[in-house]
Ligand binder design. Structure first.
Ligand SMILES: [Zn+2]
Ligand SMILES: [Zn+2]
Length: 272
């Protein structure tokens, strides 16, 4: 109720509009705006929408002009006895006082309701705050433990990287040593090769080079390993000037022993 603004509000629960122009006043001391009054009181029997009082009397519902004209004010109470005028004024003032009181009660009720709601919300928020505080505390401790772990990992990492660098240094050192040794070996091999005459591979029997034998016996000279092969796989039917030669009686200038001769000149010998 905006008492300071000197205006009453529509008593319809969902309306509460500031009244002006025409208003509907009831014998149960309620007042409604023109819209709700005309709507509610057109039905029969009329019932007050604020307190459910039956309004069946002829003057139980009155449509009043809230700002009457000067002419109306001049005439409405004219001719009435002073006590009647005062009685009417007193009843009208009582109506006003009741409306202000009702509005005051309504505001108090609304306030207490809002206060209770606020307290409820405060309680919920306090609980949420406490739980969030606890969560925060546990998260802080988690963060600090994580930081500790991170520090440990960092320490381990630096130690391991130092070890790795040390191993790398050792590896480089060993690689350098290996390279120098290899180069030295190659140089030594080259030196040895330069000082010694080149050795040609020669087939040999009993330690004597085969190429020497035919020439010492007057045999036709053949090249390379073919001689040795011929010796072991030669066809016995082929005429050979030395096949009939008796090694024991052969007068040869060769210093080779007789056994060696017969063995080498054996035509049907197994293939070696
Ligand atoms: Zn209304
Ligand atoms: Zn009423």
């Amino acid at each position: 109720m905006s008492v300071c603004e000197d205006m009453l509000l529509c008593n319809y629960r969902k309306c509460r509009v500031k009244l002006s122009g025409y208003a509907w006043v009831t014998a149960c001391s309620h007042i409604f705006c023109d819209q709700h009054g005309s709507g509610e009181f057109s039905r029969s029997p009329a019932v007050c929408p604020a307190c459910n009082s039956a309004l069946s009397g002829k003057l139980d519902i009155v449509r009043t002009e809230l700002s009457p004209s000067e002419e109306h004010k001049a005439m409405v109470l004219a001719g009435l006895r002073p006590e009647t005028v005062l009685d009417i004024s007193s009843r009208a003032l009582s109506f006003w006082t009741y409306q202000v009181h009702q509005e005051h009660l309504y505001q108090e009720y609304t306030y207490s309701k809002a206060e209770g709601h606020l307290k409820q919300i405060e309680k919920v928020y306090t609980q949420q705050l406490q739980s969030k505080d606890m969560e925060l505390t546990s998260m802080k401790s988690e963060v600090s433990s994580m930081k500790k772990m991170l520090e440990e990992y960092k320490k381990n990492f630096s130690e391991l990287s130092e070890k790795l660098m040390e191993r790398n240094r050792q590896y480089q050192k060993l690689q350098g040593l290996y390279d120098s040794l290899r180069l030295r070996n190659i140089a030594m091999a080259n030196q040895e090769a330069a000082h010694e005459p080149p050795m040609l591979p020669q087939p040999a029997v009993f330690g004597f080079p085969l190429v020497m034998l035919p020439s010492s016996l007057g045999m036709p000279r053949r090249s390379g390993a073919g001689v040795g092969r011929e010796t072991s796989t030669s066809n016995p039917s082929l005429p050979h000037p030395h096949l009939r030669m008796n090694p024991a009686t052969a007068s040869s200038p060769s210093p080779l022993p007789a056994m060696s001769w017969s063995h080498i000149l054996e035509p049907a010998g197994p293939t070696r």
